[in-house]
Ligand binder design. Sequence first.
Ligand code: MN
Ligand code: MN
Length: 297
Amino acid sequence: MPSVSPDVLEKYIKAGKIAGEARNFGVAHVRAGGSALELVNAIESLIHQRGGECAFPVNIGVNEIAAHYTPSRETDIRFRDGDVVKIDVGAHIDGYPGDTAATVEVGTRRHTALIDSAKEALAVCVEMVAPGTSLSSMGEAVSRTIKSAGFKPVANLTGHSMERYNLHAGLSIPNIETRDRAVIEEGMVLAIEPFSTTGAGKVSGKGRGSIFRIVRDRRASPEVVELFQKIQSKFGPFPFAGRWCDQLSPNAGVLVPKMFRLGMIMSYPVLTEVADGVVAQAEHSVLVTANGCKVLT
Ligand code: MN
Ligand code: MN
C-alpha cells in the first residue's frame, strides 16, 4: 500500500476529529426520556457544522441491538433508565472516513464491567497495531480481554480497513481468533471495534432496516430516477438514511421503498444479539504508522 500523502492525511485527521467530537457529544446527550431521532439529528448537525459530511447515518444500538439501527420518524425510540446505548458515528472529508463508537448506560451502573471490557479490548488492540501485526493476533487479544472480564466477544462482527469512499476496504479485523494470516501494513487506515456481550456472542439480521446503500441504476419512473441520481451525487457509495431523503424529494417516503423493491438500493438489516444479550461496543479509527499507529478519532 502506498504511504499516505500529507494532503490525504490531513483529510483523515479532520474527519476523525469531527467523528470523535460528534461521538462525545452523543454520549453526553443521551438521557432517559430523550428521543433517539432528536439525538441523531443533533449529532449529524454537529458533523455538518464542523465542515464534515456523514459517512453513514448515526447508528444507535440499545441493549441487544448491536448495529445498523438508525431512527426515523416512524421508528423513533425513547431512551429509558438502564438502557445500554451504543452510539456509532461516521464523518468524512472528501470521501476519507472516520468511524468511531462508544457505549453509555442511561441512569444506572449495572453494566459498567461489560462496557469497560469492550473499551479495554479496544485499548489492547490499539497498542498492538503496527506493521506486521497479524489480524488473528488482534482478534485473539480482543477475545482474551473480553472473556477474562466474564463476557463473550461478538464473533460475527468485525473491524475493517477503510479507503476513500470505502468503509469496508477489504481487511476484516476479527473479535475472535481466526486463521487469517494477513498482516497490517504501514499507511492503512483501520476501524477497530470490539463488541462484548452477556449473550451468546453472535448477531443476526432482522427485517429491513432504515439504512440503505446504492446498488445499481435501473430503468424506472422519472421521479424514481431523479431521486436515485440525487442520492448518488449527495451520498455516493456511502450508506444513507431513509430520513435523509426527505430533503431530496417530498415524495421520498414512497420512492425509497420503490427503489428498494427495484433492487436499486439495498438495506442493512438491524443486527440483534441472538440470545438477546446486552451488547457493548468501543471503536476508534487509526492510521498505521512505521512503528505503531495514530488514533484519529
Ligand atoms: Mn462504526
Ligand atoms: Mn466500523
